[in-house]
Design a protein. Structure first.
Length: 312
């Protein structure tokens, strides 16, 4: 199961703008769910909504398998679920990873964000309330699975623990991701703050002791994501990175005959399928991530200083 989150504007209608990429994943044998990009000033709410949708989709897949007489085992195993993000969608995927830490660990991480106490407490309360509601939904899902399959499952706390994630040209941004029109961004820039901010997001990523099943694909001619890619590798040096040819919108495109049109007239615009290797290399990379030892991702209690030795 692949869950995909696109970037600003392009991700609003992902089954159209990313059609060739998503179709290639499907044809490789994956069940693919694409979540529409949502404009908001509160990126925490998006992450919580994605986590809620994740469990709703899991329950729906299990019910569908049982109803059709299939073995639901593939949908019961959390390691069969993966995430792919593109551009700003990658910020939401990284926030899902951050939220996979225990709440008491998250509270400690918030203390280092350099924000006022009221803002810190407001965000903590938001996450506590959202995760508590998800916890109740998760227990209900476990009961439903028991009724449907006769199997007892224990998914623990709401998280994407042991689920691989692939970041395509990641961009960690705030206001220009919520308001893509430049003059509006400048007008509201001094009046509105996105939470978590860029700086806060990077601090949370740096102090997280997870991200052990995370991969990053960077494109050689991509100037939009270059800074974020470099910073992510410094913050989490065990993230696996691959460099591919192309630019930021390489993943975007529709197939017309034996070519892919990428909707960017300033770039190549159209590319023969025989010259395109993004899909095959993404699938290979994803397979390698998924077959990393699951126990590595559960070492959430190791010291931050130990993370670099694990990466090495």
């Amino acid at each position: 199961m692949i869950q995909f989150v696109g970037t600003t504007l392009l991700g609003t209608f992902p089954t159209m703008t990313y059609r060739h990429f998503l179709k290639s994943l499907f044809e490789a044998g994956y069940t693919v769910v694409s979540f529409p990009f949502r404009f908001t000033l509160d990126h925490w709410s998006v992450a919580l909504d994605l986590l809620e949708e994740h469990y709703a989709v899991r329950g729906a897949m299990i019910e569908a398998a049982v109803a059709k007489g299939y073995d639901p085992g593939v949908y019961l195993d959390v390691t069969n679920y993966t995430w792919i993000g593109h551009g700003l969608g990658c910020k939401y995927v990284t926030l899902l990873e951050v939220l996979s830490s225990p709440m008491e660990v998250l509270e400690k991480h918030f203390q280092i964000l350099g924000q006022d106490l009221a803002t810190q407490n407001r965000q903590i309360r938001q996450l506590q309330t959202g995760l508590a509601a998800l916890q109740n939904n998760l227990r209900s899902l476990e009961q439903r699975i028991l009724q449907l399959t006769g199997q007892t499952v224990d998914y623990g706390q709401p998280s994407i623990m042991d689920e691989a994630s692939l970041l395509l040209a990641p961009v960690v941004t705030d206001l220009n991701g919520a308001i893509p029109v430049k003059f509006l961004e400048r007008f509201f820039g001094r009046r509105i703050t996105i939470y978590p901010t860029v700086e806060q997001t990077h601090q949370l990523i740096e102090h997280s002791q997870l991200f052990h099943l995370t991969g990053l694909l960077q494109f050689a001619r991509d100037r939009i994501a270059a800074d974020t890619c470099q910073q992510l590798m410094q913050e989490q040096p065990h993230i696996r990175r691959r460099l591919l040819k192309g630019n930021h919108s390489e993943v975007v495109g529709l197939q017309l005959g034996q070519c892919v049109v990428d909707m960017n007239p300033l770039d190549k615009f159209i590319q023969p399928l025989t010259h395109r290797d993004l899909e095959s290399k993404s699938l290979t990379f994803l397979q390698r991530l998924r077959h990393q030892p699951a126990s590595v991702s559960r070492q959430s209690n190791c010291r931050a200083s130990d993370r670099r030795s694990i990466a090495a």
